[in-house]
Every structure is written in structure tokens, then in C-alpha cells.
Design a binder for this molecule. Structure first.
Ligand code: GRG
Length: 301
């Protein structure tokens, strides 16, 4: 493993988060080179905190299946670049119009709107640039599969499509089924892609293993969103790094608004169990993925 931690050691997650941060710094543009304002804004949008959940899922899945860290590095960085771009664009006045993200002014507040749009564009294209660059650790077939997986999950069939559904639903009465569909696209697709990137890096073609991991990812992705909705009701400004109550003020349908807080919490526990059950079926040591999933359910930010 990285230093001394083994796959069942919780401290490995801290080491992997550090590795993800190092990778991101490696691929971000030089802030002393022109256009310096764009490069500085890109740094700001990526290095302003963040749990690095998606890179951690890439590393944890890959390591569980026997991949080497070097085979996971570009995928881990690329998916976080996509996630950071989505947050910058989501915070823009034309979308959620948020002033704070990760406890600091949003990118368009710290810089300006035009810069924030370009930051998102620059981060997104950089993700595919690094995934497609010549690699000493991945075959071209693996690279192509990774690019296809990330593009599909982040584009119209995934996150971008989900964001459109979400914007269309503002102020509307929607069913629980419609809400789940929005979340599977808007946030679930990228979380599932994180697991799929780890599977590709490990060259795992075992159908049963892939199905169980995708079942895990789907349940965990939804659990992540239910927890996000609960935090928007019960979370604090300090822990969240943004104002709670944003969903209600945007008249957004959420789990608490549709089924109430208690039922939302019970639903979260059910989804957590489903994700653990899927991992339980696997012959590999899945303790790293279990730790990560547990952290996610208990998160306060
Ligand atoms: C603008 C195309 C486009 C898409 C935006 C994901 C998304 C789509 C918007 C984010 C809106 C939001 C707050 C959704 C709730 C779930 C979520 C993605 C929370 C933020 O992710 P974390 O908790 O963030 O992983 P950190 O800051 O830890 O990286």
C-alpha cells in the first residue's frame, strides 16, 4: 500500500486523500503562467477543501480489485476535476446562485462570472486531456474505456442531464420516483463512474463482481443524496461551509420535503444496508469501501 497502511486500515483513506490532492496539484496549470487569472481561479476552485469522495472511491475500488495506485491516479484526478467544474457552474447566478462553497466565497464571487464559466470549461477539458495523455500504466483500451465512462456519466446521460431535470423541477410538485431519477443522474452517475473507473483500472471483467460493485455504488450514491438533503435541514453553517436551508429557499423537492425527516433517516439506513450487503457478496476484502461508505453516511459536511 502507500506507506505502511493495509487495505483494512482506516488511516489508508487519509493517505489516499493526500495522494488525490497531490495528483490534482500535479495536473492543475501553473499559476505563474498566462492567463494567470484563469489559472489562479482554477486552483481556487479545486484546492478550496472538498472531501475528495470521488477520487477515494476510484482508489478504494481499484485497490480492492488489485490495481496499482499508479493505474488509478489519472482517473482519480480527472473525476475530481469534473466534480469541481460542476460545483463552480452550479453556484453561478444562472443556476443555484450561491455565495459560499466549502466555507469560502464561490468562484464567481472570489473572481467574476466570466472567469467562473471558463474555470468550469477549463477543468472539464483538462480531465479528458489527462485521461487521454500517453500512459505508462494503462493500455490504450483502458484509457478509451475510462474516457467513455467519464464522458457518459458527466454528460447528457448523467450529471448534465440530471442538472437539467433538477432545474426543470424547481417549484414543481414531483413524485419520489422523479426525485430519485434526478439524483441517479445528477449525483449518482458520477459516484457510480468513480467505482467503474476503479474496475477498469484493475482490468476486472468478472460479471458478478462488476454487478455487485455497481449495486453498491447505486445504493451508496442515493444514500449520499438523502444525507445531503437531511444535512440541508439539520446541518450547521460551520460544518457545511454554506448556508443550510438552500433547498427550501429554492423550492426544491427533497427527501425530507416529500417523506419527512424521520422517514428520510430510515431510508438512509436502508440504503446504507443495501450498499453493505452488495459488498458482502464479494470474495475480496472490501473493508476500505465499507469504511468509506460509513464515513459518507455519518458525514456532517
Ligand atoms: C452544473 C452541469 C452542472 C452540474 C451540477 C452535482 C451538481 C450538478 C451540482 C451540485 C449541487 C449539489 C450541492 C448537489 C448535492 C450533492 C453534492 C454533489 C454535493 C457536493 O458534493 P460533495 O459533498 O462536495 O462531495 P465536496 O465539497 O466534499 O467535494
Amino acid at each position: 500500500m502507500t506507506n505502511s497502511a493495509t487495505i483494512s486500515d482506516v488511516s489508508l483513506l487519509d493517505e489516499l486523500k493526500q495522494r488525490a490532492n497531490d495528483q490534482l496539484l500535479k495536473w492543475l496549470p501553473d499559476t505563474s503562467k498566462t492567463p494567470t487569472n484563469l489559472h489562479q481561479a482554477m486552483h481556487y476552485a479545486v484546492t478550496n477543501g472538498g472531501k475528495r469522495l470521488r477520487p477515494l472511491l476510484v482508489y478504494a475500488t481499484g485497490l480492492t480489485l488489485g490495481a496499482k495506485l499508479e493505474q488509478l491516479d489519472t482517473a482519480a484526478a480527472a473525476i475530481e476535476l469534473i466534480h469541481c467544474y460542476s460545483l463552480v457552474h452550479d453556484d453561478l447566478p444562472a443556476m443555484d446562485d450561491d455565495d459560499y462553497r466549502r466555507g469560502q466565497p464561490t468562484c464567481h464571487k472570489a473572481f467574476d462570472e466570466a472567469s467562473a464559466i471558463l474555470v468550469g470549461d477549463g477543468l472539464q477539458t483538462r480531465a479528458f486531456e489527462i485521461l487521454s495523455a500517453p500512459s505508462a500504466h494503462l493500455s490504450t483500451q483502458q484509457q478509451l474505456q475510462m474516457i467513455n465512462t467519464l464522458a457518459t456519466a458527466s454528460g447528457i446521460h448523467g450529471m448534465v442531464g440530471g442538472q437539467a431535470l433538477d432545474l426543470n423541477a424547481e417549484g414543481q410538485t414531483i413524485s419520489l420516483e422523479q426525485l430519485e431519477n434526478i439524483h441517479h443522474h445528477k449525483t449518482g452517475a458520477l459516484l457510480t463512474a468513480s467505482v467503474q473507473l476503479g474496475i477498469i483500472a484493475a482490468n476486472c471483467n468478472d460479471e458478478f463482481t462488476v454487478t455487485q460493485l455497481e449495486t453498491f455504488a447505486r445504493a451508496m450514491g442515493l444514500a449520499f443524496q438523502v444525507q445531503d438533503d437531511i444535512l440541508d435541514v439539520e446541518g450547521s453553517l460551520e460544518a457545511l461551509g454554506k448556508q443550510p436551508g438552500a433547498d427550501a429557499s429554492h423550492h426544491k423537492a427533497t427527501y425530507p420535503s416529500l417523506i419527512g425527516l424521520d422517514k428520510s433517516k430510515a431510508h438512509l439506513q436502508r440504503l446504507y444496508q443495501q450498499s453493505l450487503n452488495a459488498l458482502d457478496q464479494l470474495s475480496q476484502d472490501t473493508s476500505l469501501l465499507e469504511h468509506l461508505c460509513g464515513n459518507l453516511i455519518e458525514r456532517t459536511s
